[in-house]
Design a protein around this ligand. Structure first.
Ligand SMILES: Cc1cc2nc3c(=O)[nH]c(=O)nc-3n(C[C@H](O)[C@H](O)[C@H](O)COP(=O)(O)O)c2cc1C
Length: 190
């Protein structure tokens, strides 16, 4: 029973700190036997939800890259969202993407709910509170409660310049472990 993990990278820096940690989580997951796909959100055309509510009729009508992401979301057993903190929460790239789940969950509840979630957050400030990472975590917790989904783990750390994550073996290890855990939850029947 292979676990299917979707990793959504929310930083515009393709090789930035959150991406480095996300790649380490992918390694942990793959080495635990999971199938992993990583997506660089900044490289996609994802438009904001325009609140038209035409999704009430069955599906989001905005023709952009979310249309290829929806089936991947549906197929994922576990989702890992990795983002730096921008202005005291996750990036706009993440927000654009998760806002569009609104138009999906209404008619695809079984496909978007009851998943395993992992989160990676990097920030320049010293801790969860001054950085604003706490705001992102609060949103993720609320989101997971709504989606009746489980948070398997949150890895976060103070990092700044591109590549800083490589100098933090403890964070790399935590990310690796999170990937492994996401891969094993399904086998555990959770
Ligand atoms: C536009 C912008 C806004 C930022 N806002 C915050 C912030 O509110 N709190 C914080 O601690 N760090 C902030 N940072 C620092 C980044 O979160 C930090 O450099 C992070 O490690 C970058 O991760 P990445 O390499 O994955 O992009 C900001 C950086 C940028 C470019």
């Amino acid at each position: 029973m292979t676990t299917n993990i979707l990793i959504l990278k929310g930083s515009p820096r393709e090789k930035g700190n959150s991406a480095i940690l996300a790649d380490r989580a992918a390694l942990g997951a793959q080495e635990a036997g999971a199938q992993v796909e990583s997506i660089y959100l900044h490289g996609l055309d994802i438009r904001p939800c325009d609140g038209c509510d035409l999704c009430d009729a069955g599906a989001c009508i905005i023709e952009d890259d979310m249309q290829t992401l929806y089936p991947k979301l549906a197929a994922a057993d576990a989702i890992l969202l990795a983002s730096p903190i921008y202005w005291f929460t996750f990036t706009a790239q993440v927000k654009l993407c998760i806002d569009r789940w609104y138009g999906f969950q209404a008619h695809h509840w079984q496909e978007v709910s009851h998943k395993q979630f992992g989160f990676i957050l990097t920030y320049g400030d010293t801790d969860l509170y001054t950085s604003g990472a706490i705001n992102a975590i609060h949103t993720y917790e609320t989101m997971c409660r709504f989606l009746e989904s489980k948070i398997v783990g949150i890895v976060h750390g103070s990092l700044d310049k591109v590549g800083d994550a490589e100098k933090h073996p403890e964070l790399l290890q935590q990310a690796y472990n999170l990937g492994k855990l996401l891969a094993s939850e399904k086998q555990n029947g959770q």
